[in-house]
Design a binder for this molecule. Structure first.
Ligand SMILES: *[C@@H]1O[C@H](CO)[C@@H](O)[C@H](O)[C@H]1NC(C)=O
Ligand SMILES: *[C@@H]1O[C@H](CO)[C@@H](O)[C@H](O)[C@H]1NC(C)=O
Length: 216
């Protein structure tokens, strides 16, 4: 075997392993989600392929602005397998994100997806933080047409730094990326995480933790 072929084999093996670490490759053309199936699988069971229609691969509504009248001033409109059944098993999805002036999509992570985002309107300050022990903060200002990627699992955010509305579209490498919003998960857990645990973790008084817990 030549060195070149050996290198290719090693690369193929490596890429194969990477692919397995994410969503499984489809074993058929599609597996449109059947929300009525009682079968429990990783994802959703397939609808009978003979009954699949164009509507199963279709979603309409991302031209509509999301309602940003909330505490953070942003709204995510998802197009996951739940909204678009044809996405089931395909390992991809998308969202529209609307931002009120100075609105924030607060720090959160997607446990199952890398996210690639593009700004359609406005200017966004975006950033993510690398894993321990560095916890390096990587940040950038994005203008209309700019693209940025948030690597899988890392805590990230976007903030509109303009006086007008902003809109972004993002694609995610999962049909069901999941979202863990840091503040809500930590201070809004149900039932609550004991305040002495959070006081020790955040190195503040219990009273300060309790104030934060009332907000989520
Ligand atoms: C699920 O069941 C409801 C109620 O029986 C039916 O209206 C709907 O079409 C079903 N959905 C699918 C995808 O089969
Ligand atoms: C937007 O959300 C707010 C708060 O929930 C609500 O009061 C308001 O009616 C909503 N606006 C629209 C246009 O749906």
């Amino acid at each position: 075997m030549s060195n070149k072929i050996m290198l290719c084999s090693v690369l193929a093996l490596t890429l194969g392993c990477l692919a397995l670490a994410y969503e499984p490759s489809p074993l058929q053309d599609f597996c449109v989600a059947d929300p009525n199936s009682s079968v429990k699988v990783n994802g959703v069971a397939c609808k009978n392929p003979m009954q699949v229609q164009a509507e199963d691969f279709f979603f309409s509504g991302l031209h509509l602005m999301g309602n940003t009248s909330n505490a953070v001033g942003s709204r995510v409109t998802p197009v996951f397998a739940t909204q678009l059944p044809g996405l089931n098993t395909l390992g991809i999805s998308m969202v529209r994100i609307d931002y009120a002036p100075w609105g924030l999509n607060p720090p959160h992570t997607h446990p199952r997806a890398t996210e690639i985002i593009t700004v359609l309107e406005g200017t966004l300050e975006v950033g993510f933080v690398t894993s321990n022990p560095d916890n390096r903060f990587i940040t950038k200002v994005l203008k209309k047409g700019d693209v940025f990627v948030f690597p899988v699992g890392l805590v990230h955010f976007q903030r509109n730094i303009g006086n007008g509305y902003a809109v972004a579209l993002a694609a995610l490498s999962s049909q069901n990326p999941g979202a863990i919003t840091i503040a809500n998960a930590v201070f809004g857990a149900n039932p609550p995480i004991p305040s002495d645990i959070l006081a020790r973790a955040f190195q503040v008084d219990k009273s300060m933790v309790e104030i934060l817990q009332t907000k989520f």
